[in-house]
Design a protein around this ligand. Structure first.
Ligand SMILES: Cc1ncc(C[n+]2csc(CCOP(=O)(O)OP(=O)(O)O)c2C)c(N)n1
Ligand SMILES: [Mg+2]
Length: 1026
């Protein structure tokens, strides 16, 4: 009874009052589902724990039976009913058990059942044997997959072969494990309610039981599901795999399957014939992937799904494009022509990385279905969260709250699925309210190898799919050389998703006929495996022979099917030769209908003013400082914060949080959906935001004032994320891909944490448009600043982002003055800002949506400025006609006599406030000008030039608080030099070079600060230097 005991103990507290309640109360409550809190179950476990026949695996079975009995005492055998009653009544160990009445023949389905069971003289032995059989059933359900015939090669490299589990009856001597022997094989046993092998029979001879269990669990399908802690789900799966006769297909289904295998196989063969020396990461050895995907799509379409978003790696991508998404074959074949010229931007990386979007009629269901394959980098599994984000967005925008209309399919390689951490991060998003896509179907192309590496050295888990267990996803391993088994599990997977809206994994155990790519020699590293592979007959041939033998098709029909598809390929090949131009825009995974003009260009090249009316500011300010629902008690500290906001609104000023509120509130009111996601974003890491109010008296009652701005406003989604950066940033990027009409923001807890999402930044955000022609307006909010908090939490690493800007530092852009700003923005790969005022932050957020194209926006956000008394903006800076200031010039006394200014200090971000304080202390307000570069990239050459021209006698200093090899210096210096045509030097005032982003010592931090401020404001600091 160990497991029962631990389960009960784990299941929660027992209060004194509850302990005192009567047993009858407890029983009825338990039936109602509140089982966990009641004492009598404990007394039950205590009293029966010493029962000699309840031990080991049988306890699991008894536990399930006990729960069934709690719900309905008649659902278990009379003997168990008596036993549980006695145990619950507190019978001492050994006394709860009473001999059951003889089993009635009518209850058994078989004629000889009564003879076998009813006359059993030793009832205790009868119970023991039944328990043994029930354990046996359970053993197959748990461990049957270990002996399933999953590996087409028969070498079992995919799974840790080991000896077969001792409780699976691979030979008669194994019966001993259960205290049974061959003489028991013909005895009839009543089947537990947790198996469906009986079909309509409730009892079967042991021999038949074993055979049916083998059929269910040890053939071409290995099912892993017994870790799922939901009885209904387990029962559902048992039914799907245990019922006799489930694996039967109509003639029509078999012929369709064969036709799909023909396409899949002949497509690769065609490519191999035409381009034998080209890499294509073919599917040979896993041809059944194509029918697998098509089965999932057909079944899902039948269940009402209208749009499927897919992500996949290199292996078989061309085949999926051709035979699943149905990209025109000539468009695929022409990708092999190296002379094809690109008609538009994009790196033309079509074959393995570009995406695709296609709406068509599903021939099986006659319903429309949209299939998109997401563009992806070579970084395996990086696309997983992106697919999920886009899926979530599509569900959100079509009001599909249950995931009935839009779903995702993710394909994986075995090595990558096991090895890449982002797989785990993505699984952990799968059931979170703001991130769930209501079930993803994962398909693993498990060719038992990753490049040249064997599974035994590539993973510690026995299967590559074990990661899926963390979310209780059932895992269906299937021998990919058995196409019917593949089709069956894919059907079940699609039904599972439609029924439970949870993830599921199909593990196609296959092999890789060639090397990693077609040019590789696999015999160098896997000689024995490849000797076996060379002997391996192709799955199409095997399946065709099977169907021909069965009479399901004739050889002639089979050959005609092949000839038909080969002809299609040849014709497409001929057409592909006429293609001279590659239109990368035809390979978009997420078109934005209506956003661009017909040529794919922005509809205009102007942005309207991002300002708001006084009234709008006042209204949003009021919402930001109030609780817009009745009877809602907020925390006293928060009341003070809201009062402070109200006071600011009264004085017509904004702090950082209020500036953000104004931007969000106004965009929502104008119909733009906003989604802000990241760790603790709802309150804000620095407790400044408070976008979600919590009732102090009612658990989980919340209020989001931002959703109370206006009656027809767009919805605001603000969501604390799981503690993940890679996964969550990928997800938000995917969300932002779905529509240009949403402001999607991801905030890092501290800016430095973005580095665990570096892959998404490097592979998608920075080069996404250049590689895949797809713009993306995602916003990254990265708290940044040297506050003496030590090397951690200080730097969002601006240098990294700046280094990846596509702008030429040595060339002054040749744009007209009117179009300078917008043209620069249009050309850049991303926008990088470090705003020093709430108003500018407000404007840049609004500009992100009001500008006529989309670019990623990286915002280095402040920490101490959130509450800095000077870092406030007047409403005047946010009124109609105002806009984002790329550079904020000095507006102080220096303006009066610019000729007398000796120095211009250029800076960005919070150091501005430290510089102005120091300048004031030194009485240098009229000799040193301080200009803030708010938009670092694209660099505001034009506005910097205005400043350098304004102060002709000033030397130029770049001041930053970051270390010299970090921050902005290396980026800004050549640009400043270009701006002044290299006529003036650019001096540096800041911390020296260092390996860490900041000192861990507060005193040292302050000394360093004072030292570089001295340099910045000492007019002789650079005298004599060159
Ligand atoms: C993150 C990442 N690391 C390394 C690679 C290089 N790489 C490309 S394919 C491959 C093997 C992948 O094995 P598997 O996932 O089993 O897929 P298969 O090629 O066998 O279909 C490796 C290591 C990569 N593309 N991405
Ligand atoms: Mg592999």
């Amino acid at each position: 009874m160990h497991r029962l005991r631990t389960t009960v103990v784990r299941l929660g507290p027992i209060t004194a009052t509850q302990t005192a309640k009567s047993q009858s109360q407890a029983r009825s409550a338990a039936v109602g589902g509140a089982l966990r809190t009641f004492q009598p179950i404990r007394s039950y476990t205590a009293s029966v724990s010493a029962e000699p026949f309840l031990n080991g695996t049988s306890s699991n079975y008894v536990e399930e039976m006990y729960y069934a009995w709690l719900k309905n005492p008649r659902s278990v055998h009379k003997s168990w009913d008596i036993f549980f009653r006695n145990a619950n009544a507190g019978a001492p160990p050994g006394a709860a058990y009473q001999s059951p009445p003889p089993l009635g023949g009518a209850a058994l389905g078989l004629a000889n059942a009564q003879a076998m069971v009813g006359v059993q003289p030793n009832v205790e032995k009868l119970v023991e044997d039944h328990l043994a059989v029930q354990s046996l059933v359970r053993a197959y359900q748990i461990r049957g997959h270990h002996v399933a015939q999953l590996d087409p090669l028969g070498i079992m490299a995919a799974i840790d072969p080991g000896p077969p589990p001792s409780d699976i009856i691979t030979s008669n001597d194994k019966l001993e494990f259960y205290g049974l022997d061959e003489s028991d094989l013909d005895k009839v046993f009543r089947l537990p309610t947790t198996t469906f092998i009986g079909g309509s029979e409730s009892a079967l001879p042991l021999r038949e039981i074993i055979q049916r269990l083998e059929m269910a669990y040890c053939q071409s399908i290995g099912v892993e599901f017994m870790f799922i802690n939901d009885l209904e789900q387990c029962q559902w799966i048992r039914q799907k795999f245990e019922r006799p006769g489930i694996m039967q297909f109509t003639l029509e289904e078999k012929r369709t399957l064969l036709a799909r295998m023909v396409r899949s196989t002949r497509f690769e063969e065609f490519l191999q014939r035409k381009w034998s020396s080209e890499k294509r990461f073919g599917l040979e050895g896993c041809e059944s992937l194509i029918p697998a995907l098509k089965t999932i799509i057909d079944k899902s379409s039948m269940n009402g799904v209208e749009s499927i978003i897919m992500g996949m790696p290199h292996r078989g991508r061309l085949n999926v494009l051709a035979n699943v998404i149905r990209k025109e074959l000539d468009q695929i074949f022409c990708q092999f022509d190296s002379k094809l010229e690109a008609a538009d931007e994009g790196s033309g990386d079509v074959k393995y990385h570009l995406g695709m979007w296609h709406r068509r009629i599903n021939r099986v269901t006659d319903r429309n279905i949209t299939l998109s394959l997401m563009a992806n980098p070579s970084h395996l599994e990086a696309v997983d969260p992106v697919v999920q984000g886009k899926t979530k967005a599509e569900q959100f925008y079509c009001g599909d709250t249950e995931g009935n209309r839009v779903m995702s399919i993710l394909l994986h390689g075995d090595a990558a699925f096991a090895g890449q951490g982002v797989v785990y991060e993505t699984f952990h998003l799968s059931d979170l309210p703001s991130y769930t896509t209501h079930g993803t179907i994962h398909v693993v192309v498990n060719n038992q190898i990753g490049f040249t590496t064997d599974p035994r050295v590539a993973r510690s888990s026995s299967y590559p799919t074990d990661v899926a267990k963390v979310v209780n996803a059932p895992i269906f391993h299937v021998n990919a050389d058995d196409p019917e088994a593949v089709m069956y599990v894919c059907n079940v997977a699609a039904e599972w998703r439609a029924t439970f809206h949870k993830d599921v994994v199909v593990d196609l155990v296959c092999y890789r006929r060639n090397g990693h790519n077609e040019m590789d020699e696999p015999m160098f590293t896997q000689p024995l495996m490849y000797k076996q592979i060379k002997k391996q007959k192709g799955v199409l041939k095997k399946y065709a022979e099977k169907l021909i033998a069965e009479g399901a098709v004739t050889r002639q029909e089979y050959e005609e099917e092949i000839a038909k598809y080969d002809k299609i390929c040849e014709e497409a090949y001929a057409r592909s030769k006429d293609e001279k131009i590659l239109h990368i825009k035809h390979w978009l995974d997420s078109p934005w209908p209506g956003f661009f003009n017909v040529d794919g260009q922005p509809k205009s090249m102007t942005s309207p003013s991002t300002g708001l009316t006084e009234e709008e500011l006042g209204h949003i300010g009021h919402i930001a400082s109030s609780v817009p629902v009745e009877d809602f008690t907020i925390h006293g500290g928060l009341s003070r914060i809201l009062k402070g906001r109200a006071a600011m609104v009264g004085q017509r000023v904004c702090d950082w949080a209020l500036g953000e509120y104004m931007a969000f509130g106004s965009l929502l009111k104008e119909g733009t959906h906003i989604r802000l996601s990241g760790q603790d974003v709802e309150r804000g890491t620095f407790s400044h935001r408070h976008h979600v109010l919590h009732d102090q008296n009612v658990d989980k009652r919340i209020c989001i004032p931002m959703n109370h701005i206006a009656p027809n406003q767009a919805p605001y989604t603000v969501c604390n994320s799981s503690l993940s950066e890679y996964g969550v940033l990928g997800f938000e990027l995917g969300f932002a891909m779905a529509s240009p009409n949403a402001l999607v923001l991801w905030e890092a807890q501290f800016g430095d944490f973005h580095n665990t999402a570096q892959c998404i930044i490097d592979q998608f955000i920075c080069p996404g448009q250049a590689k895949w022609v797809r713009q993306n307006g995602i916003v990254l909010l990265l708290p940044h600043g040297m506050e003496g908090m030590g090397p951690e939490h200080s730097s969002a690493r601006p240098e990294r982002f700046l280094q990846m800007c596509n702008e030429d530092p040595d060339a002054y852009p040749k744009f007209s003055a009117e179009e300078f700003a917008v043209r620069q923005l249009y050309d850049c790969n991303w926008i990088i800002v470090n705003c020093s005022t709430p108003a500018n932050y407000f404007h840049v957020l609004r500009r992100q949506i009001l500008q006529p194209f989309r670019k990623p926006l990286i915002v280095f956000t402040p920490k101490s400025l959130l509450r800095h008394p000077d870092a406030k903006s007047s409403f005047d800076d946010m009124l109609p006609g105002t806009h984002f200031q790329r550079l904020i010039p000095d507006s102080g006394p220096v303006c009066e006599k610019p000729d007398g200014v000796k120095r211009i200090v250029f800076c960005t971000g919070k150091v501005y406030y430290e510089l102005t304080r120091e300048r004031k202390n030194r009485g240098m307000d009229d000799t040193v000008a301080i200009a803030r570069i708010e938009q670092l990239s694209p660099f505001p050459f034009d506005q910097v030039k205005v400043e350098t021209d304004r102060y002709p006698n000033a030397d130029l200093v770049w001041c930053q608080e970051e270390h010299k090899n970090q921050g902005y210096y290396d980026y800004v210096k050549p640009r400043l030099r270009t701006t002044v045509d290299r006529t003036r030097p650019v001096w540096y005032a800041g911390r020296g070079p260092a390996a860490a982003p900041a000192t861990g010592n507060k005193a040292a931090h302050l000394v360093e600060l004072q030292r570089f401020l001295d340099t910045a404001l000492n007019l002789d600091a650079f005298t004599g230097q060159s």
